[in-house]
Design a binder for this molecule. Structure first.
Ligand SMILES: NC(=O)c1ccc[n+]([C@@H]2O[C@H](COP(=O)([O-])OP(=O)(O)OC[C@H]3O[C@@H](n4cnc5c(N)ncnc54)[C@H](O)[C@@H]3O)[C@@H](O)[C@H]2O)c1
Length: 457
């Protein structure tokens, strides 16, 4: 994309999320303000005290929202990791390796689920049955049977599941949502969406549990759930059919040599993917110090024979409103980022991000609008300051500060969590069968032309 030729924006853009606060009033079911006893603190328990819980859902939450929340219990299958989590956060609540015992003894009203993907459904369902609303990390779960079980459990228990789709909250992506709603390019008819994971971050999926389909559902589910959720949200319609292809041809058994993990590896001097975990204190504390409990190697070899996920993927997705999407995911790119274009009846919106090795460092992202037979305009969106383009902070504010407005429809519940993974599950099935897969055949959710918004109350 050549920036030099660009005609800079006529609009001086103020981060979307500020403007976004002026919308319809809705109550967040998880928020403290929607509780009967206004001053009662949210009683939070966490299951899965690994990297994500530590970085996103622990100390920062306790410090920033301390008047509204309290942590009452921590649980992980790995006793060493949960003990480390407690000492690293300074939390004083009890720790457990038995989930049901934690739920019975600490009686949380909110359970944060940050375990390995394929185990989410177990804790989401039991958590609701034992009286808690759920905040779950993406992907909500990894197959259609577990997805249906969550849908039914939410109905049965009357509890609420919030899926933390932080990508929706980045100011850049929120701005595109506004432009599409404002009809800047007329009716959207198709979308080109290409995501590039680089040889650092992309490779990391092949080092960890994510390399196994039975743990993460393949990157169609584990990673692309973010992308499919963005598409569902931007397009404001439900996906109906997916045709996909995928291959494993770079990592796993295709590597030139292999070992179990990097530390004892005899090939470390010549391997481009050698990861010296001893230089990463956080990983040493979280994982290496606790290998004795689960034999899990955070510096696993990317060329292990057991890798059973795809490393390049492409899909065609049809939406109920007629929009067609061309999507691809690559896992060994020299730079990390994405390109997306919305083609409409009156023009086109392009956006692109380079998250690693950017050509130039800048504190904004751009959106390009090109109108048919007309002008080209560039809109600059300042970066947010927290993780994921500023999205993580806004997401946490919306949950813990009890923000009751959601004008950009960024809150996500079970239906959104389901429809994003169902695109990935359908894509995975399509790769396995060679057939297009209908979303309606997977669960009780029937796709609708106009997407249903989750009400925050
Ligand atoms: N939204 C995002 O941007 C984002 C970013 C990173 C991770 N995540 C999600 O967060 C979740 C956790 O990822 P992570 O990177 O922290 O992984 P991790 O491996 O660091 O942590 C997972 C933890 O779950 C524990 N665990 C596994 N099975 C368990 C069980 N049956 N009972 C109790 N504990 C169990 C493990 O011991 C580990 O401590 C994943 O679902 C991942 O998709 C989301």
């Amino acid at each position: 994309m050549t920036h030099k030729k660009s005609i800079l924006s006529r609009r001086s853009f103020i981060a979307t999320t500020g403007a976004a606060m002026a919308g319809g009033l809705m109550l967040n079911p998880l928020s403290v303000t929607s509780r009967p006893a206004l001053l009662k603190k949210m009683r939070i328990a966490i299951v899965g005290t690994g990297d994500r819980a530590l970085g996103m859902w622990s100390k920062d939450v306790a410090e920033t929202y301390g008047d509204k929340v309290e942590f009452v219990g921590l649980c992980d299958i790995n006793p060493g990791r949960v003990a480390f989590f407690k000492s690293a956060t300074g939390f004083t609540c009890p720790t457990y390796t038995d989930f049901e015992k934690m739920m019975k003894e600490t009686k949380p009203d909110t359970l944060i689920v940050t375990t390995v993907d394929a185990t989410h459904s177990e804790f989401i369902i039991k958590g609701m049955e034992m009286g808690a609303n759920i905040i779950t990390e993406k992907p909500m779960t990894t197959d259609e049977e577990k997805c249906e079980a969550i849908i039914q459990a939410e109905k049965r228990t009357g509890k609420k599941v919030t899926v933390t789709f932080n990508y929706r909250y980045s100011p850049h992506r929120a701005r595109v949502y506004e432009l599409l709603r404002a009809g800047e390019i007329g009716e959207v008819t198709s979308v080109d969406f290409h995501w590039y994971l680089d040889t650092r971050h992309g490779a990391d999926y092949f080092r960890r549990w994510h390399r196994l389909k039975e743990k993460g559902g393949t990157l169609w589910v584990h990673k692309a759930t973010h992308h499919f959720d963005l598409l569902n949200w931007w397009i404001e319609s439900d996906p109906v059919e997916v045709y996909a292809t995928g291959m494993l041809e770079f990592y796993g058994k295709h590597g030139p040599f292999r070992h179990t993990h990097c530390r004892p590896c005899p090939h470390k001097d010549k391997c481009k993917f050698y990861y010296d975990i001893t230089r990463n204190k956080r990983h040493m504390d979280l994982y290496v110090a606790n290998e004795k409990y689960d034999n899990y190697h955070r510096d696993g070899c990317v060329f292990r024979e057991d890798v059973n996920i795809y490393d390049k993927m492409a899909a065609t997705i049809k939406y109920a409103n007629g929009v067609h999407v061309s999507y691809s995911l690559t896992t060994y790119s020299p730079y990390e980022g994405y390109r997306i274009a919305f083609n409409g009846t009156k023009g086109r919106i392009d956006m692109w991000i380079e998250e690693s090795n950017p050509v130039e460092e800048r504190n904004y992202d751009e959106i390009m609008i090109t109108r048919n037979f007309g002008t080209r305009e560039f809109i600059r969106v300042p970066h947010g300051t927290s993780g994921h383009g500023g999205g993580d902070r806004i997401l946490k504010d919306s949950i813990f500060k009890g923000i009751t407005e959601d004008p950009l429809n960024q809150a996500a519940g079970v239906r959104d969590g389901a429809l994003s993974i169902l695109v990935g599950i359908a894509a995975r099935k399509s790769c396995e069968t060679g057939q297009p897969i209908k979303i309606a055949d997977l669960t009780s959710i029937k796709p609708e032309v106009k997407r249903q918004f989750v009400a925050r109350g």
